[in-house]
Design a protein around this ligand. Structure first.
Ligand code: TXD
Length: 307
């Protein structure tokens, strides 16, 4: 197993570190346009191997020759938000970058599975899908696991319960209109609504929707990367071990939830072939309305590009 991480910035390097520490591949290759950056970070990371005790080789390059024969690529190349920016403000610059890196990577690893991370996420999935020529099953986006992890963290903090006892699912586009499904949120099987007042739940939902901005406002020079990297690594793990974990991921919709032609966050089983199945669960009228509003937002941004 060889995994490429494209973009050796905050999310890319942290993802590579997680993949190596979990020994999910024999080799993890980081590529970036900045000379020396992927090489330096890769060497530093590999030098942690004797202490951490992992056998994954970590290398860095500015050339896609080094990525040849990869089974998976995690695409993190592109600009990140700064305070005051929305994810959609990145669309033109990042479409160019994601399009370019997808083509270069695919030329060397034509059968790989692509996990897209760059923002605006759902739109960048469409770009990678169009440029790669891959079936949509092999192009999947990371956002829902992160948004769900944020929701779970906030619930755990509010209730003083372990994060491990919280199950939740956040669907929709990776933007302010994302759809945390409160009805499917439980604390060890107990519905959240039985444990927390409605106004508190609404406050946590709102904090989740703005979770990315909360971090950007703290950091000022960039956006979140520890939780995003952990989420990307979970997707890689499910694919590498063919675990078929049911995870919220951005997938190309072909009629599921009444939506078509856009990438958006839905429950997906991830296995050796990428998206093994999209699970089209029943939603209430209100949940469906929230999901279509989110889909409209994604379509609006997508229409700015000529794909
Ligand atoms: O939930 C999610 N999907 C996200 C998405 C969560 C967190 C971050 N999210 C997005 O990931 C974020 O909005 C950005 O679009 C990407 C990467 O975020 P990161 O924080 O890692 O940005 P950095 O640190 O600026 O790193 C980006 C790297 C940097 O090293 C650039 O030199 C490199 O991308 N880059 C390129 N690499 C290869 N090829 C090209 N063309 C290129 N252009 C820039």
């Amino acid at each position: 197993m060889k995994i490429t991480v494209i973009g050796a910035g905050h999310v890319g390097a942290t993802t590579a570190q997680q993949l190596a520490q979990k020994e999910l591949a024999e080799e993890v290759v980081m590529v970036d346009v900045v000379e020396g950056l992927p090489q330096g970070k890769a060497l530093d990371m590999y030098e942690s191997a004797p202490v951490q005790g992992f056998d994954t080789m970590v290398t860095g390059s500015n050339d896609y020759g080094a990525t040849a024969g990869s089974q998976i690529a995690v695409i993190t190349a592109g600009l990140a938000r700064k305070p005051g920016m929305s994810r959609d403000d990145l669309v033109e610059a990042n479409a160019k970058i994601v399009g370019e890196v997808t083509e270069k990577f695919m030329a060397k690893s034509p059968n790989a599975i692509l996990i897209v991370v760059s923002n605006p996420l759902d739109i960048m999935c469409s770009v990678a899908h169009a440029k790669s020529g891959l079936p949509s099953q092999k192009v999947v986006g990371m956002a829902g696991i992160l948004d769900t992890a944020r929701f779970r963290s906030f619930i755990a903090m509010e209730l003083g319960v372990s994060v491990r006892s919280i199950q939740a699912m956040v669907l929709g586009g990776h933007g302010d209109s994302m759809v945390p499904l409160v009805r499917y949120t439980t604390v060890s099987g107990i519905p959240l609504a039985d444990l927390l007042a409605a106004d508190r739940i609404e406050a946590l939902v709102e904090r989740t929707r703005k979770g990315g901005t909360e971090i950007v406002n703290f950091l000022k020079t960039g956006s979140a990367y520890y939780a995003p990297a952990a989420a990307a690594a979970e997707m890689v793990e499910s694919i590498v071990y063919n675990q078929n974990r049911l995870l919220p991921c951005s997938a190309l919709l072909t009629g599921e939830f009444g939506l078509e032609g856009i990438y958006m966050g839905v429950p997906c089983q991830l296995g050796a072939n990428g998206i093994e199945k999209i699970v089209d669960i029943d939603l209430t009228k209100d949940e469906l309305a929230a999901l279509s509003a989110s889909a409209e937002a994604v379509k609006g941004t997508l229409s700015k590009l000529n794909l």
